[in-house]
Design a protein around this ligand. Sequence first.
Ligand SMILES: [Cu+2]
Length: 195
Amino acid sequence: MYCSYPCQVWPFARMLYPSFPGMGNRRMAYSACPKGYKAAYAMLIAGPDYPSVTGVVTFTDTPGGTMVCADVRGLPEYRPAEGDKGPVGPFGFHIHEGGHCDIGDPEKPFEGCGGHWNPTNQPHGNHAGDFPVLVASSGRARMCFMTDRFTVDEIIGRSVIIHENPDDYRSQPSGNSGRRIACGSIRLMDPSEST
Ligand SMILES: [Cu+2]
């Protein structure tokens, strides 16, 4: 079997939530993973709108494609659209071009990450880094999916961004998904760091 969700997220979840039950031994978590699959991770940094957002996104090359897993906490409660304001959640989720998650101007957080990563010049909805929206329950979202649109090597040094509003997969260039509420720089996962 390929790396499953828990064995990828566990080591980093333990760093984030040391008191989480069952997070006893990172080495054990790694031993549950087949060796030799390249992986990357992004630790999320919250923007000024929802400072409680925290979490990790992992990327693993497998023979069936790249597996992407997200484990995010502290997301805001769903709020329906009101006037000009879009609904809060489910949350737009993408790979952006730049890799530096500086908040920068709090009016426009994480602008330094640039636009969507779109190496094949596709319309929005079919960018290599267009992801499913994140759906949260009591502020927590967990999701894994497979994609053949990129490999781990291609996304190192880029970023993942979570947006306040859902992605409509239609508006150009970024799906009208609103403010950037969290950002994580994508780094190569080095198993030797976790032992
Ligand atoms: Cu985005």
